[in-house]
Design a protein around this ligand. Sequence first.
Ligand SMILES: [Zn+2]
Length: 272
Amino acid sequence: MRWNEMTAREIVEAREKCGGVCVVPMGCIERHGDHLPVGIDYMKAWHFVDRAAELEPFMVFPGWYLGSLSDCTFAPGTIAFPLEICVNALEALCSEIARNGFKKILLINSHGGNEPMIQYFMQRFCEKDRDYMVYYPTHSFYISKGMVEARKKLDAETGSTSGHAGGYETAVSLHLFPQCVKMEMQLPREEGISDKRSEYMLNAGLKVPAWWFAAHPHHYGGFGKDCTAEHGKLITEAAAKDIAEYVRAIKADTTTMEIFREFREKTRHPEL
Ligand SMILES: [Zn+2]
C-alpha cells in the first residue's frame, strides 16, 4: 500500500489492514561519486520499504529527501535545507501521518548524515504529549542485521569497499534502478580513500565540523567496480525481510504508547 497512489477513501480503509503502521523511507539528495544518481539514498530506502510491504502489509510513505547535509554543500547536485527545517518538517510529517489514523510510524533511514538528526528528533519527541509513536532501528542507517551480513558477503566476494557511493550502494542501484547507473564513470579506488590531511584530528580522538569534507574531498568513500545486481538483490531482500520483521514487532506492541503517556504524566507531576 503506497500512500501517494491511493485515493482518500482507500487510505481510510487501509488503517486497519496496516495495523496502523506507516513506514517513512528516509534519504537525501547529494552527490554519490560520478556514477550513481543524487537521489539514491531516498530511492533505495523506498525500494527496501516497498519490498518489505509485500512480506507484511503496512503503509509505505513516499521517500523523504530533506536530508541532513549541512556539511555536504561543497558537492554539486546536493540539496541542503537548514537543519531546523528538516527536523521541524519531520515532526510535522509524523503528526500529519498520525492525524490520518496511522499511529505507529517507523523511520527507515538510508543516509548516514540523517542519523544525528533522527536522534535529535527522537529526543525532542519527549517534550510534548503525543497520540502516536515513532520507532527507529537500533542498527540505524545500516537498517538491519541481515543487511550488514549481505554487505559483508559483497565485500568479501568482490573486493569492493562499502563506503559512500561504494560497493553496497553500487550493487543495490544495479538491482533497483540500473538505468540510473553509469558504471564507466566510477571514480578510481584511490579517490575513495580518506585524505591524509584529516588524520591529525582523528588520531587525536577528536571530531571537528567539516570532518567529512576533510576526509573525502571528492564526496566519495568506497569502491564497487566488481559488484553485481545479484549482490544488490541479496542486500535488498535482507533489508526487506528485516523491515517486515520490525513491522510485525510494532504491530504487536501494546505497551510503548502506554509507557510514553505515563512518562508524560510523571513529567507534569514528578514524584518519587
Ligand atoms: Zn548514500
